[in-house]
Write a protein of this length. Structure first.
Ligand SMILES: NC(=O)C1=CN([C@@H]2O[C@H](COP(=O)(O)OP(=O)(O)OC[C@H]3O[C@@H](n4cnc5c(N)ncnc54)[C@H](O)[C@@H]3O)[C@@H](O)[C@H]2O)[C@H](O)CC1
Ligand SMILES: [K+]
Length: 568
């Protein structure tokens, strides 16, 4: 395998939507911007103006039919009639008809509150009924000025949540990346009350109450229907434990100079979001006009057993979807007919089997060396009786994806206890555990449930492998400490067989990368992102209950044509 790889993606100039920052890093980036001369107030106006525009587009968009005010979900005020039916409504009263959508603005003590107050002012001037809830006596100077101006306009401001009138939409400007400690009453109970209302809440920067870095709930947190993350993606928004609070996350790009980002994070930030652009810049697409099947990669799949034939088929279908030129699939002899019937284009290698129907020995076609393939993917459906096979592929010198029983066999003994006999492989090795397999492989690593990123990074360093930890937000790390996070997925993929499809897809992409002289390591994130997007599209079209693994393989080739999907 030629080791002179082109610049791998993680060495190329980064795009803003790939950057992921901690609160401290965001502070350092903002400090550079302010030091360069932009007034804090000017940036707040710019940022909050962008937020207000998105809120108007999304929630208050004129011209849509389905509303009582002639506008979008809440519409624009059709008239500037006085309030209908007398006094302001209160939480819990019977809803009273008002002539204008009511927007509640939750204002915290810091600049997150300042952002929200600028939004309040902008919506007010567009004729919306705006109400402010701000329980804090001490506000930052700029925030205090904005509050003073809002009140001078006659916008009602309430200290207690009970006084806030019933609203159609809430804007959460309580806390952003400045949240430092657990929330206490009255703010905590106010948030709990707001969460119990069936009113959409838009959070500015972070849902208030979530830790900016870990996504942990500090006491309680706003359950946002939409989170507008400001400038650079915050790490906490990408953590599994935050997901039920974040709602739909969207980046509000306020033109942070890339130079400032690189000054703080370096040219290749350690943690990156996997985006459509970053994936498309690495996939073996478009294909050369002149090519042939052996130039499009040759993948060897080693999978299946008499007990688990389906895993072999699904892995093969995932590999097929990758576009790999040649596909060989080693299975127990008794599975050969069914594999041929599902994958007529593949070379099915029937192997001698154990009493239990596992692969007893890799019997490749004569004169075929294991290292003559471009890549191997091994594990789905193997059962633990195939451990000699896994040992054999570990000794190969070509890129290897290990999944499912390949990982369970590897975990005996665990990697941290001298596992992976023969030490760290020189060739690319990708481990693709789910949480349970991860804990078996790395029993003494920090609990992957609470800090997945640190756990995966440590596992990659320990094993020398690229480790992909599956989850609502799949996390990938290599042994140099680079981390990729797949920012979107769907619970529709939480089904048997989804992982088998990913293994085949990833193996097929890696095999093509090898023949195309593309950085094979980049195919791990590309495969995970592609797999998730196919699941999302399938769920959109067939509901979250309609994405069985076979259907998923059909959507793998459809989703790349849907270039209109969000550029993540
Ligand atoms: N810096 C800027 O000009 C811009 C900031 N952006 C927005 O502002 C926030 C960050 O602002 P900051 O004032 O640093 O923090 P917060 O608004 O999040 O306020 C936190 C505030 O509250 C205090 N605090 C922290 N924890 C608690 C707690 N548990 N209970 C009570 N009070 C707490 C703390 O002392 C802070 O003062 C950022 O998210 C953006 O929304 C602009 O968008 C860009 C310009
Ligand atoms: K917020």
């Amino acid at each position: 395998m030629n080791n002179q790889h082109p610049t791998p993606n993680n060495q190329r100039r980064i795009e803003i939507s790939q950057v992921v920052v901690t609160a401290q890093q965001m502070r350092e980036v903002e400090a550079r911007i302010f030091a360069a001369g932009i007034p804090v107030a000017a940036l707040m106006e710019k940022v909050a103006g962008l937020i207000a525009r998105r809120i108007l587009d999304m929630y208050l968009n004129p011209g849509q039919e389905d509303n009582r005010w002639g506008g979008g979900e809440l519409g624009t005020p059709t008239t500037d009639r006085e309030w209908g039916l007398g006094a302001m409504g209160r939480w819990g009263d019977q809803p009273r008809f008002y002539s204008r959508p009511r927007v509640g603005i939750l204002v915290g003590p810091g600049h997150n509150g300042g952002d929200a107050l600028v939004v309040a002012r902008e919506l007010y001037f567009r004729g919306y009924a705006v109400f402010i809830y701000s329980p804090f006596a001490k506000l930052k100077e700029l925030t205090s000025q904005h509050l003073q101006y809002a009140q001078s306009l006659g916008i009602p401001c309430y200290q207690s949540i009970e006084d806030l009138p019933e609203c159609d939409l809430l804007v959460d400007g309580l806390f952003g990346f400045g949240l430092e400690r657990e929330l206490q009453d009255p703010i905590a109970s106010a948030i709990n009350q707001l969460n119990h209302k069936s009113v959409p809440i838009i959070s500015i920067d972070m849902p208030s109450g979530l830790h900016t870095d870990t996504g942990k709930v500090l006491g309680t947190a706003i359950r946002a229907s939409h989170t507008f993350c400001l400038g650079l993606w915050k790490l906490g928004l990408l953590q599994d434990q935050a997901l039920e609070y974040v709602g739909k996350a969207e980046l509000i790009d306020f033109d942070i100079p890339l130079a400032d980002v690189e000054a703080v994070l370096g040219e290749t930030p350690r943690i990156k979001r996997v985006t459509k652009n970053s994936v498309f810049s690495t996939l073996p697409l478009p294909r050369p006009a002149v090519t042939h099947k052996y130039k499009e990669g040759h993948l060897l799949l080693i999978c299946g057993s008499r007990r688990y034939a389906g895993g072999a088929i699904l892995t093969g279908l995932g590999a097929r979807a990758s576009g790999v030129g040649m596909l060989s699939i080693a299975v127990p002899e008794s599975l050969k007919p069914i594999l041929v019937s599902h994958l007529p284009e593949a070379l099915i290698v029937g192997c001698p089997e154990t009493q239990t129907g596992a692969i007893a020995q890799l019997q490749l076609p004569e004169n075929t060396d294991l290292n003559s393939f471009d890549a191997i993917a091994c594990g789905p459906g193997l059962t633990k009786d195939a451990s000699p096979i896994v040992q054999q592929v570990l000794e190969s010198t070509i890129p290897l994806v290990l999944d499912a029983d390949g990982l369970n066999i590897l975990a005996n003994p665990p990697l941290s206890k001298g596992g992976m006999k023969g030490g760290i492989r020189q060739a690319l090795t990708v481990l693709t555990p789910h949480t349970g397999e991860f804990q078996r492989l790395f029993p003494d690593l920090p609990d992957a449930k609470h800090n997945r990123i640190e756990a995966v990074r440590e596992a990659a360093a320990q094993s020398g492998a690229v480790v992909l930890l599956k989850g609502a937000r799949t996390v990938i790390a290599n042994s140099e400490g680079a981390v990729w996070i797949v920012p979107e997925s769907t619970p529709a993929l939480a089904r048997g067989g989804s992982g088998d499809v990913l293994t085949g897809l990833m193996g097929g992409l890696i095999a093509q990368a090898v023949t195309h002289q593309i950085a094979a390591e980049d195919m791990v994130a590309a495969a995970a992102w592609w797999h998730a997007q196919a699941g999302i599209l399938a769920a959109q079209e067939r509901t979250e209950l309609g994405v069985d693994a076979f259907t998923l393989t059909q959507y793998l080739n459809l989703v790349l044509n849907h270039t209109d999907f969000d550029s993540l």
